[in-house]
Design a protein around this ligand. Structure first.
Ligand SMILES: [Zn+2]
Length: 459
């Protein structure tokens, strides 16, 4: 929806009250601002509440269907509603106020999630600027993110440092300007827990995910000379930016790299390529795996960018699935990459059972062996050109994305945003094209070997 816009993000964080006159001044100003905003917001709260109830609760099936249709039509238009200015966050430990201007009102819903504590606001057809989410500083809100969650709606997620309740949430007009405002107040853990949970209603649900992990295993029908199907998975996207440094975001770099790799593979005529996302949008990890399985993919390659605290680490590393991590770094990385769904505000209740089913699947063993051979082919192709990470370039851990029991899967960390050399490489189209050519060569070598082995095992 609409082209990317780069808007400044302005953040005001009042210091905690320490009794000094300057600090109290900031705090007084903060209180005054919140009161002034609330006066405006309260006037329109009732209208909004009625609108929300009408749209998400009280609709008859027919009207619900009509509303869904209207949403789709709205999404098809160029940027029906958009965030038009900087997001402002005012906060301390007891209260927080978030506001931003929009071009027009839209339907929205607010809810809280536990483990970890989050506040989630969903907006129908609201377009967000392509700018990194700001660092909120100390206070009740530890971090915030925004972006597309599905083609029809976008999402704002606030990570909470302590239990907070939603006191107010509404659009309000002030002269020509329409703003969305959200006020949070401190609450206790028990009250937070009692109210946490994602509402279930059809209008706001993700598109049905299809049969997913319960699919019968795809059988490879590939004959020698037939094109291979490769699913390329640009990590993160939409609400989940991945790792960041300054204006650089993992989600943007990996999408560009995925497009370049797709073009390079297609140009050979030997590969059919599917991307798990074609634009800046959130896709749940389970959906990415489902796409690969539904396509009966010969391989799934997930592209990522790493970061590391000391700033020393550099180079490409390759990861495959194992129940026991090869080392502590690989385990921490898997935890980080597996957090994508939590960061995006997904309620993961029930996902654990699907995971358990996959892990016991015997098919996983053969697939893991094929994944490892693919990883070794990639490492062999990249070796010797000062591109791989210094030690142990092929590692393993419990990556969600590699858990299709029947699709050989690889997660490639293309470099570290925290290292200047890697940053320059990741920003260079020429370097990404070179990487794509080498990955293509690695896939060629692996596919030939894989087909030969397959012939042996089938006999
Ligand atoms: Zn990542």
């Amino acid at each position: 929806m609409g082209g990317p816009r780069h808007l400044p993000v302005r953040i005001h964080v009042p210091h905690r009250c320490r009794g000094g006159s300057a600090t109290s001044g900031v705090r007084r100003k903060f209180r005054w601002l919140v009161r002034r905003r609330l006066g405006i917001v309260r006037a329109t709260m009732r209208d909004n509440r009625q609108m929300m109830q009408a749209n998400t609760i009280a609709f008859s099936p027919l009207r619900r269907w009509l509303a869904a249709l209207a949403l789709l039509v709205a999404a098809g238009q160029a940027a029906a509603q958009a965030v038009t200015g900087p997001l402002v966050l005012l906060q301390d430990r007891q209260a927080a106020w978030v506001e931003f201007p929009v071009s027009a009102r839209c339907d929205f819903r607010v809810f809280t999630l536990d483990d970890p504590m989050r506040v989630v606001v969903d907006f129908a057809g609201l377009d967000w600027p392509e700018a990194p989410p700001p660092d909120p500083g100390p206070g009740a809100v530890a971090a915030l993110r925004y972006g597309l969650f599905s083609p029809e709606w976008s999402r704002l997620v606030l990570d909470l440092a302590r239990p907070m309740r939603v006191a107010e949430a509404a659009f309000a007009a002030e002269g020509q300007t329409i703003r969305f405002g959200l006020r949070l107040e401190a609450t206790d853990e028990a009250a937070f827990r009692a109210h946490a949970g994602a509402p279930r209603d059809a209008l706001w649900s993700l598109a049905p995910a299809g049969p997913g992990l319960s699919l019968p295993l795809p059988r490879s029908r590939r004959q020698p000379g037939e094109p291979l199907t490769i699913v390329i998975d640009p990590g993160h996207g939409g609400i989940d930016p991945g790792t960041m440094r300054g204006p650089l975001m993992e989600k943007t770099i990996v999408l560009k790299a995925a497009r370049i790799l797709a073009d390079t593979l297609r140009a050979t005529g030997r590969y059919r390529v599917i991307l798990t996302r074609e634009r800046d949008i959130f896709v749940p990890l389970s959906e990415r795996v489902r796409i690969a399985r539904a396509a009966r993919a010969d391989a799934l390659i997930s592209l990522h960018v790493n970061s590391e605290a000391t700033g020393q680490a550099q180079g490409v590393s390759v990861y495959t699935l194992s129940e026991k991590a090869s080392d502590a770094t690989a385990r921490r990385l898997a935890e980080l990459e597996n957090r994508a769904d939590v960061l995006a505000g997904l309620d993961l209740e029930g996902e654990g059972t699907a995971l358990a089913r996959v892990l016991v699947d015997l098919a996983q063993r053969e697939t893991n062996a094929r994944s490892r051979r693919l990883a070794e082919a990639v490492v062999a192709t990249l070796a010797g050109a000062d591109r791989l990470i210094g030690s142990n370039p092929h590692r393993s851990a419990g990556f969600w994305i590699s858990r299709a029991p029947d699709v050989p899967s690889l997660l490639i960390e293309m470099g570290f945003l925290t290292h200047p050399r890697d940053r320059a490489r990741l920003a260079s189209d020429a370097w990404l094209r070179e990487l794509a050519r080498d990955l293509t060569a690695a896939l060629d070598a692996w596919a030939a070997d894989d087909l030969a082995r397959r012939g042996l095992t089938l006999r």
